[in-house]
Design a protein around this ligand. Sequence first.
Ligand code: NAD
Length: 457
Amino acid sequence: MSTATPATGSDVLPRNAIFDELGFPTDPDNLYTQTVGQMLNAAEQMDLQHRVKVILAQPKNEVMVHFPVRMDDGHFKLFKGYRIQHNNVLGPYKGGFRYHENVHLDDVKSLALLMTFKCALARIPFGGGKGGVKVNPRSLSEGELQRVTRRYCAAISHMIGPDHDIPAPDVGTNAQIMAWFADTYMLSSEHADNNALRVVTGKPVEFGGSLGREKATGQGVADVLAEMLPGIGIPLQGMTVALLGFGNVNSWAGRILQDMGAKVIAVMDHTGAFRNDNGIDCHALAAYSEENYGIAGYEKQPTATGSGTNAAAGVEVIGEDEFYQTKCDVFIPGALEQMIQPKQANMMDCKVMAEAANAPCTPAGDRVLQDKGVEVIPAILANAGGVTVSYFEWLQNKSCVTWDADQVDRELNRHMVFAARRSMVAREKYGCDLRTAAFAAALEHLGAVYKVRGIFP
Ligand code: NAD
């Protein structure tokens, strides 16, 4: 489907005085300014020291690297990579790295900031970081992908580490890429010990990965919905769901919610969109999508489950507008940033939007949804499951133990439920929307830690 268009000028929140103090750009489309604006909006409701707001409004370190990679045809191509370390007051910087042709510095800064708040909200002893390489991974052969990964790791290896900054998968990266990344880091003489395995999470299970990590973000989305929906008056059994994006996060969210009794009635990814009011089989669609790099063509696969049953029967190809207009209980954006702008928000017909993706909504899109009475479960709450199980992986590596899948699921559920409850308590306390409340609940923790630690010297 079409790529996200830039937000319009009216998408901007009222300009905070801290933007001028720190010399922020005046560009209203800037995602970083918008994300900091949401954080400051929460900070204004609370008794938070000015210095904490200023510190959290900027990342500690912003690194850009350029590295050459030999391509299969023998020529060398120069790639651009980023690693942003937003904040480490709670613990080592933590956050994924993505491979996407549109990766920009300010996007990575925004995602790094969100990681700081996600970890604070889930009370995980990590800070926030994020990285990326400007590349379309599907344009590379497997060998090229491996060489890009190893050179990116080498380019940033001096600034990461198992107790300093711990990357993980994100859009366009996966467990295999984490394995190449860890192997490169561990082979460099300075880091040549098994402790170095903890430098990255989201690894394959046979190489230090945790059971349950691959599905963790989708599982966390489902856990938060199960905790919050009864209070909103939506029963999980039979609730209708639309999924924007069907990659790692949303294909798992779809499969898990379907197994919990929900009905996924519409799905859209970058290749196409479907609808089936009787429910789309997300297990069959996930198997198809993984093999075909997208959902397009699934409707022509009558035996997609391999069981002989016609899993794709009743699936109807729809257009982008029709997808957004699908009436459903829960809409789950799990694709890229800033896709839901006022145009899309106006078309949407849902009771709840759970942000599986980071920053899927512009502030103006968000306001449209609020005016329509849609309950928005913000990304720092809804998608915190990924970093939570990454933390479990890091803990298992550190203590040389292996948790079984039930233990991972149980501990994840505990973290997600408490993060949801903290957000609901903050909503009562500050009388605000859930996004502001989730930021406020995280800021309470960050502010308390800054207060006891003080500022050096
Ligand atoms: P992914 O690369 O596996 O999937 C991305 C999905 O978005 C794909 O289905 C793709 O087709 C779809 N998409 C891309 N452009 C689109 C377009 N123009 N229209 C419709 N669909 C489009 O990525 P992922 O790991 O599932 O991550 C999705 C989101 O979740 C991102 O915002 C990411 O930062 C966030 N997130 C991921 C994790 C994780 O553990 N992977 C954790 C927290 C948050």
